[in-house]
Design a protein around this ligand. Structure first.
Ligand SMILES: Cc1cc2nc3c(=O)[nH]c(=O)nc-3n(C[C@H](O)[C@H](O)[C@H](O)COP(=O)(O)OP(=O)(O)OC[C@H]3O[C@@H](n4cnc5c(N)ncnc54)[C@H](O)[C@@H]3O)c2cc1C
Length: 396
C-alpha cells in the first residue's frame, strides 16, 4: 500500500481530521521514524495540501491546538511554523532565490562525467539513496528525515552541488516550495547556519528506517561544511495591497487556493481565473505527477471560488493572462505569491495586480530576520494573535 496525497480541499480536510488525534505525543515521538511507504502513521502527509493552501496553516495549527492544546501539540505546531519561517526568510531576502537560480544554472553548465545522471536515476549503488530516488519519482514525496539523509548524501558522499539536488527535488516533489526546499538544502549543506551542517550517519538511518536500510561503510560521515557566504541581512517586507471597494477580477494561482478565507466577505468578485506554472520550477520543468497535482489543486480552488462568488472560473495559460485582464476592464486582485516561480511568472506577465496577503503571513514573515530559535520564541504570541478563538497559548 502506498500513500495518497489530497489534491482537493475536501480530501485535505478529511486527512486533517483523521490525523488530528495523532498531532500530540504520537507526532512528537514518531515523527522522525520513516517506516516506509504505506506505513507512516506519525506524520500528516499534508504538505502538498498546505503548500497549495487547500488547507491553511491557520486551520492545521487550530486543529492541533483544539485536539491537544498548544503544549502537547508543540512539536507539530513548531513544524508548521518552520514553513512560515522559511517563507518569511526568503521573502525578506528575495535575492537569495535569484542567487540560487544563477548558481544552479552555473553548476549544471560546469557538470562533467556521469555522477549527476547516476544520482538522478537512482543508480549510485547506495541502496537507501537509490530507493529514495525511486520513491520520489514514483510518489512525488519523501519523509522529512529521508529528505535530510538524501540531501546530506548528495552533498557530502556524492559530492554533487546542493543547487542541483534542490533542483532535482523541486522537479519531483508535489509539495515543492521555493523557500522550504532551497533553504533546507542550504541548512543541510551548512551554509544556512554557517559551519553547522547535517551529516547523515548509517547508524541513524538504520535506526529510524527500522532496519529497512543499513548503509554502513557507504557514507562520508566526517565531511566539512560547504564553504559559501552566509545568508544576506533581512530587508523589509514589501507592503501588500488592499482589496478594492468596487468590482474586481480575481486571479488565483497554486500558492494560495483558499480564496474563501482570504478575500474579505462582501468583496465584489466579478470575474475569476487561475494560472499554474509548475513547470517553471526549473529550466528542466517538472514531473508529470507534479503538473497533474498542481493542476488538480488549481481546478479545485477555481471550482470553490466559482461557487462562492457565483461567477464562472477557468484556468488560463500564462500567455492568456494579459488578454483576460484587459478583457475584464477591472482591477486584478491576486493572493500574494511568495518569492518563487509563480511570483516571477505573474510579474513577467506585465499585468498590474493588487497583491493581497493573509494575516498569517503578515504576522510571521517580518519575524524571520534571524535564526529559527529566536523566531520560535514568538509562537505563543502568534497563536494568540492568529487563532483568537482557541484557548490561549498558556491555557493548557
Ligand atoms: C532537503 C529538504 C527539502 C525539503 N523541501 C520541501 C519542500 O519543497 N516543500 C515543503 O513543503 N517542505 C519541504 N521540506 C520540509 C519537510 O520535509 C516537509 O514539509 C515534510 O516532510 C512534509 O511531510 P508532512 O506533511 O507529513 O509533514 P508533518 O511532519 O506532518 O508536518 C506538518 C506540516 O508542517 C510543515 N513542515 C513540517 N516539517 C517542515 C520543515 N522541516 N520545513 C518546513 N515545513 C515543514 C509542512 O507544511 C507539513 O505538511 C524539505 C525538507 C528537507 C530536509
Amino acid at each position: 500500500m502506498t500513500e495518497t496525497f489530497p489534491t482537493d480541499r475536501a480530501a485535505a480536510l478529511r486527512r486533517l481530521s483523521d490525523f488530528a488525534p495523532r498531532m500530540g505525543h504520537h507526532y512528537a515521538k514518531g515523527r522522525n521514524a520513516d517506516p516506509g511507504p504505506g506505513r507512516r502513521r506519525d506524520v500528516s502527509l499534508l504538505s502538498p495540501a498546505i503548500r497549495h493552501r487547500l488547507v491553511t496553516e491557520a486551520e492545521v495549527v487550530a486543529a492541533a491546538v483544539a485536539a491537544h492544546g498548544p503544549r502537547a501539540a508543540e512539536k507539530f505546531i513548531q513544524e508548521v511554523f518552520w514553513r512560515s519561517y522559511w517563507k518569511g526568510f526568503l521573502e525578506l531576502r528575495p535575492g537569495m532565490w535569484r542567487a540560487y537560480q544563477a548558481a544552479r544554472d552555473a553548476d549544471r553548465a560546469a557538470m562533467r562525467g556521469t555522477a549527476l545522471e547516476r544520482a538522478e536515476n537512482g543508480a549510485t549503488g547506495i541502496g537507501c539513496f537509490d530507493d529514495w530516488v525511486a520513491e520520489l519519482r514514483e510518489t512525488g514525496w519523501l519523509h522529512n528525515h529521508a529528505r535530510m539523509w538524501f540531501a546530506s548524501i548528495w552533498v557530502f558522499t556524492l559530492k554533487l552541488p546542493w543547487t542541483l539536488g534542490a533542483d532535482f527535488m523541486l522537479r519531483h516533489l508535489r509539495d515543492g516550495d521555493a523557500a522550504s526546499n532551497t533553504l533546507s538544502w542550504r541548512w543541510v549543506a551548512g551554509i544556512q547556519t554557517p559551519g553547522k551542517h547535517y551529516v547523515a550517519r548509517a547508524e541513524n538511518i538504520a535506526r529510524y528506517t527500522e532496519g529497512r536500510f543499513d548503509p554502513a561503510g557507504e557514507l562520508e560521515e566526517d565531511p566539512s561544511p560547504i564553504d559559501a557566504p552566509p545568508p544576506p541581512r533581512a530587508g523589509a517586507l514589501p507592503p501588500a495591497d488592499r482589496v478594492p471597494d468596487g468590482p474586481f477580477a480575481l486571479l488565483l494561482h497554486e500558492d494560495d487556493l483558499h480564496p474563501e478565507s482570504l478575500v474579505p466577505p462582501g468583496a465584489k468578485v466579478a470575474a475569476i481565473a487561475g494560472v499554474a506554472v509548475p513547470e517553471a520550477r526549473s529550466p528542466l520543468g517538472c514531473s508529470a505527477l507534479v503538473a497533474e497535482s498542481a493542476g488538480a489543486a488549481l481546478a479545485d480552488g477555481l471550482a470553490r471560488a466559482s461557487a462562492q462568488w457565483g461567477v464562472p472560473a477557468r484556468r488560463l495559460t500564462l500567455e492568456e493572462v494579459p488578454a483576460w485582464a484587459a478583457g475584464q476592464g477591472l482591477p486584478v486582485v491576486t493572493p500574494w505569491a511568495p518569492v518563487g516561480w509563480t511570483a516571477d511568472a505573474l510579474a513577467g506577465s506585465g499585468v498590474p495586480m493588487r497583491r493581497i496577503r493573509r494575516e498569517w503571513d503578515e504576522a510571521c514573515w517580518p519575524l524571520a530576520t534571524k535564526g529559527f530559535f529566536p523566531f520560535r520564541e514568538s509562537i505563543p504570541t502568534l497563536l494568540g494573535r492568529l487563532l483568537p478563538d482557541q484557548p490561549s497559548a498558556s491555557a493548557r
